[in-house]
Design a protein around this ligand. Structure first.
Ligand SMILES: [Mg+2]
Length: 285
């Protein structure tokens, strides 16, 4: 552990990155995921001590229930509602900032279902031209007609939201292009409208997660391995950040240590939380 700028006693809730922080996985869908040391015990401890927590992922291809089931199969004690996808943060931001406004989606079930679950009107076909929000998520089947409707909606004044700003992601086959961002950039280039990111590392995404947890963003600890994604998001939002050296920190490339607290992994974080708890208990006596 390096010097800490975090007061663990002041933390009210936790937001975890998943890949490289709680699990290691060969597939972006977390099939066959393996929990990292201490991950199961840490989540169990947080449950026992009644800390609200969420697992925030950049994925938007599936609904949270699918991801949660795979994490439970790996042994992690998480409920469906504790898995927050970028479809969920998109829905929270749209429900808050564009209540009742029609949304046109270029995306699949993982992006559309969380909107419908919040009662957000999702419009199809040419009705999409009159949408007030265009939301781009993961979809491998976007057609020219859909791109045409999305551009028309934006020309008619709709805002352009996108679930991810990732240009590319790493897969078993090497680097592959990030779909959502590529499509959003195409619409932006055509219409001149700047896309607004509703996933990591957007500060608004973290504020949305904090609202869902019922906590003030300044008291929500962001735990993750990626300095460009969740850690940057936490730092910019003024949330306490806890960086783990698992995941990206294990790569041969030098990973900058920017977290307010840097630990080897979640196992060490659990030990620190337990130590803080026992000191508090001793102080109370
Ligand atoms: Mg990660």
């Amino acid at each position: 552990m390096t010097a800490s700028r975090v007061d663990l006693r002041a933390i009210r809730a936790f937001v975890f990155d998943v890949d490289g922080t709680l699990i290691l996985s060969e597939s972006p869908d977390w099939a066959g995921a393996v929990p990292l040391p201490g991950a199961v015990e840490l989540l169990q401890w947080l449950r026992e001590h009644r800390y609200p927590f969420a697992l925030f992922t950049s994925g938007s291809s599936h609904v949270p229930e699918v991801y949660a089931a795979r994490l439970r199969a790996a042994g992690l004690p998480v409920e469906d509602r504790q898995v927050i996808t970028t479809g969920v943060t998109a829905a929270e931001i749209i429900a808050t900032e564009y209540p009742g406004r029609p949304v046109y989606v270029l995306g699949e079930e993982g992006t559309i279902a969380p909107l419908r679950a919040r009662g957000i009107p999702v419009v199809d076909g040419t009705a999409g031209e009159r949408a007030e929000v265009v939301l781009v998520g993961w979809s491998r089947s976007v057609t020219y007609d859909q791109l045409d409707i999305a551009c028309r909606a934006v020309w008619n004044g709709a805002d352009l939201l996108v679930t991810s700003a990732a240009r590319a992601f790493v897969s078993k086959r090497g680097l592959r292009p990030g779909w959502s961002w590529s499509i959003a950039v195409a619409i932006a280039e055509t219409t001149g409208k700047r896309p607004r990111v509703v996933g990591k590392p957007s500060v608004e995404a973290l504020r949305a997660v904090a609202r869902l947890l019922g906590a003030d963003v300044g008291t929500v600890a962001v735990v993750g391995d990626d300095p460009d994604l969740e850690l940057r998001m936490g730092l910019e939002a003024g949330a306490p950040t806890i960086q783990v050296r698992t995941g990206r920190g294990r790569e041969a490339i030098e990973t900058p240590e920017i977290g307010d607290l840097v630990v080897d992994g979640v196992e060490e974080l659990l030990a620190l939380l337990q130590e803080t708890r026992s000191q508090e208990g001793a102080a109370d006596r």
